[in-house]
Design a protein around this ligand. Structure first.
Ligand code: NAD
Ligand code: AHE
Ligand code: ZN
Length: 375
């Protein structure tokens, strides 16, 4: 079939909207009509050329929601008409990682996914001239129709609006999951969130859900403060307005009884390795945990004095918030539908596919939280 898609032709260039060919689903695959997709900072990261795994030409996008149109041979868990959210972290329930119950990082198809290919080593997308176009993160939601492995779709309830729940495909689950699954934050905790964008705000709402007492937000853009407060941020620190962010946070968290100070938990939602160091070092001696969510450019490395770890601080990372997609994503959709979590106000801009590059401009200007493309 033919479908309209925004194609990343080359790193650093705007996406090009065009008709492309899409081959039908093979065994174990499903054809999905994408109804809406968010634009995550990771799409921008890859498009910019900073992603060591970035390949071109490709169809980016990994934060979508849609409807199953057709299933390939052997597919049993979904059928045409089912509403689904594509999963860049699939859940096969049979690989060593899934069976370990220690990680959400299913390894069943990670090799081919990283090469922009379907599990059989080929691409379903091509130009009208027949040249292959690569998949991205196994999702390619910047195409109106896409093909996904069966293990990479979460079946969700049919009354949930696509233009909101697409955000559960990455940002919402990543932020809330980092708090609940990765850090396992407890009631009364003091936490710091670096970067108050589409991920950071969801960390904040996760912290509120977990019952944190103090939620300190850090961002260079003071325009992010108001929205973060609505989601539960209790204190705001602008690194441009203080001499030392780490000291500022330590001071904020000190009490007459605890004169050492430091956050119980911190979360990097910037992808900046200097920020990651601050995020670790502002946590409490003896038990502080810092969770890296941000993705850093090719060649970037983190550093700290080993003494920071010797004295009990813990550095952790999380992908997709530690969520097991097929199991957890339908539950998060339920939380949204039941009013337990909020999404609507974070979707600051709605665009057509033709306007998709505007979504990247808004992100660069710091004007959007999430832009969502509605097909
Ligand atoms: P975003 O652009 O919406 O937000 C980033 C925020 O960080 C902005 O508000 C910006 O002002 C702030 N910021 C930038 N530099 C800063 C600094 N030095 N100090 C303080 N604040 C700073 O991006 P997003 O969609 O929220 O994504 C955030 C990061 O998370 C990106 O690196 C993205 O690739 C990554 N991410 C990771 C996962 C995962 O599974 N690990 C999932 C989604 C996104
Ligand atoms: N390809 C990059 C790393 C990108 C990355 O870390 N991706 C996250 C999801 S970000 C979603 O917005 C992830 O899931 N990582 C685990 C995985 O298996 O990709 C690089 O540095 O090479
Ligand atoms: Zn993302």
């Amino acid at each position: 079939m033919r479908t309209r898609a925004a194609v990343a032709v080359q790193a650093g260039k705007p996406l090009e909207i065009m008709e492309v060919n899409l081959a039908g689903p093979k065994a174990g695959e499903v054809l999905v009509e994408i109804k809406a997709t968010g634009i995550c900072h990771t799409d921008e990261f890859t498009l910019s050329g900073a992603d060591p795994e970035g390949l071109f030409p490709a169809i980016l996008g990994h934060e979508g929601a849609g409807v199953v149109v057709e299933v390939g041979p052997g597919v049993t868990s979904v059928k045409p008409g089912d509403h689904v959210i594509p999963l860049y972290t699939p859940e096969c329930r049979a690989c060593p990682s899934c069976l370990s119950q220690k990680t959400n990082l299913c390894t069943a198809i990670r090799g081919t996914q990283g090469q922009g290919l379907m599990p059989d080593g080929t691409s379903r997308f091509s130009t009208l001239d027949g040249d292959p176009i690569l998949h991205y993160m196994g999702c390619s939601t910047f195409s109106n129709y896409t093909v996904l492995p069966e293990i990479a779709v979460a079946k969700v309830r049919e009354d949930a609006p696509f233009d909101k729940i697409c955000y559960i495909g990455c940002g919402v689950t990543t932020g809330i999951g980092a708090v609940i699954n990765t850090a396992k934050v407890e009631i009364g905790a003091k936490a710091v969130v670096f970067g108050l964008g589409g991920i950071g705000l969801n960390v904040i709402q996760g912290l509120r859900l977990a019952g944190a007492d103090m939620i300190i937000g850090v961002d260079l853009n003071p325009g992010k403060k108001e929205m973060a407060e609505k989601f539960g941020m209790t204190h705001f620190v602008n690194p441009k307005e203080c001499e030392n962010v780490v000291q500022e946070i330590v001071n904020l968290t000190k009490t007459p009884f605890d004169k050492i100070g430091g956050a119980d938990y911190s979360f990097d939602c910037t992808g900046n390795v200097k920020v990651m160091r601050d995020a670790l070092e502002c946590t409490h001696r003896g038990w502080g945990q810092s969770i890296i969510i941000g993705v850093a450019p090719a060649g970037a490395e983190i550093s700290t004095r080993p003494f920071q770890l010797v004295t009990g601080r813990v550095w952790k990372g999380t992908a997709f918030g530690g969520a097991r997609g097929r199991t957890d994503v339908p539950k998060i959709v339920d939380w949204y539908m039941e009013g337990k979590i909020e999404i609507d106000s974070m979707i600051t801009h709605k665009l057509s596919l033709d306007e998709i590059n505007k979504g990247f401009d808004l992100m660069h200007a710091g004007e959007s939280i999430r832009s969502v493309v509605v097909y």
